[in-house]
Design a protein around this ligand. Structure first.
Ligand code: NAD
Ligand code: IPM
Ligand code: MN
Length: 347
């Protein structure tokens, strides 16, 4: 098949892990005879340096014309005090492409039990799919930033809530049939709306699914004490951001968590959950597997290439079983070595 993929390498380890994803696309194209037209565009701090904007108009236009977009990571200390932040570019592209559902799978594997700070007996059979709302809530509300006072408004409409609930419910039907909705309904008005909508949507459309409600503080605890009891976890933007970094440590490293950001139409955005990791950038230390697993999500969910995605995932897991991995997982390889180990299993 022919497909246009736009790469947004970004900052810090972003370009390093994007290189790994690109190599995976090239290897899959070669093995299956696909014609991937892969181009690159500026995003984040790199884009601010080159153009003054974190999401230049040319980048957005290229993404809108693509079949799928891959992003490395954005941000870093260099831009922490600048007027425009690299992260604004990421929020802007999510909004502009209508990517309201951010799917973040956290799946443990016996080869990684030692890399997790959680006891191995809790990690068996953990397979969680977080459906994080991505274009609403406190991230996108009005804000005021003063030297003596500041505020961020958190708002949700029923429509914004419903569409991600439907996405989560459809996922649960294709999995183990359970949805956990996480909120702070004992304090927040927005959370109480989330709860009412969840009750209504599930009663009307998904009475066959098991539905659980958790307050976010308790959810953070249950994720560690009984992670295997979760199937699909659906939640608002901010809680989903926080809980998925926590879930990454069940798997063993933030460098293992991929993601897919999807809307109702148009290209999806696929990116590792981790950031630009300034502490290890430019040292060939970054784990490329979250990026390569995000590339697999792009193949499957962005291009409909399920078999190709499975080949890539199998190659990553075979490397983990052979301990061909980076130091965050207790391995001895660098970013490039771990990438090469995956490629060798594809070609
Ligand atoms: P981070 O995710 O960059 O790093 C947190 C810790 O995890 C660091 O110790 C880092 O070395 C480690 N880590 C992250 N990815 C790794 C990988 N692939 N392999 C091995 N170790 C890895 O989070 P942070 O330090 O809080 O943020 C740094 C910058 O990244 C900030 O500017 C932040 O805004 C940005 N950020 C961007 C994204 C994104 O672009 N999607 C996501 C999160 C954070
Ligand atoms: C993520 C990141 C982003 C978020 C930041 C960089 C805006 O932490 O993708 O998890 O909070 O959504
Ligand atoms: Mn995050």
């Amino acid at each position: 098949m022919k497909a246009k993929i736009v790469l947004l390498p970004g900052d810090g380890i972003g370009p390093e892990v994007t290189q790994a994803a690109k190599a995976a696309f090239d290897a899959i194209a070669q093995r299956f005879g696909h014609d991937f037209l892969i181009s690159q565009a500026l995003m984040g701090g790199a884009a601010i340096d080159a153009t003054g904007e974190p999401l230049p108009a040319a980048t957005l236009a290229a993404c809108q014309e693509a079949d799928a977009v891959f992003l490395g990571a954005v941000g870093g200390p260099k831009w922490d005090k600048s007027e425009k932040r690299p992260e604004q570019g990421l929020l802007a592209i999510r909004k502009a492409l209508g990517l309201y559902a951010n799917l973040r799978p956290a799946v443990t594997h016996p080869a990684l039990y030692d890399a997790s700070p959680i006891k191995a007996d809790r990690l068996k059979d953990v397979d969680i799919m977080v459906a994080r709302e991505l274009t609403g809530g406190i991230y996108f509300g009005e804000k005021q930033e003063g030297s003596e006072a500041a505020w961020d408004r958190c708002a949700y409409s029923a429509e914004e809530i419903d569409r991600v609930l439907h996405q989560a419910a459809r996922l649960a039907r294709s999995r183990r049939g359970k949805v956990t909705m996480v909120d702070k309904a004992n304090v927040l008005a927005t959370s109480r709306l989330w709860r009412r909508r969840t009750e209504a949507v599930f009663a009307e459309h998904y009475p066959d699914l098991e539905l659980e409600f958790l307050l976010v503080d308790a959810a953070a605890m249950h994720l560690l004490s009984r992670p295997a009891s979760f199937d699909v976890l659906v939640t608002e933007n901010l809680f989903g951001d926080i809980l998925t970094d926590e879930a990454a440590m069940l798997v063993g490293s933030l460098g293992m968590l991929p993601s897919a950001s999807l809307g109702d139409s148009g290209p999806g955005l696929f990116e590792p959950c981790h950031g630009s990791a300034p502490d290890i950038a430019g040292q060939d230390k970054a784990n490329p597997f979250a990026a390569m697993l995000s590339a697999a999500m792009l193949l499957e969910l962005g291009l409909g290439l399920g078999e190709e995605a499975q080949v890539l995932k199998d190659a990553v897991y075979a490397c983990l079983e052979a301990r061909q991995c980076t130091a965050d997982l207790g391995g001895k390889l660098g970013t490039q070595g771990a990438t090469a180990a995956v490629l060798a299993r594809i070609l």
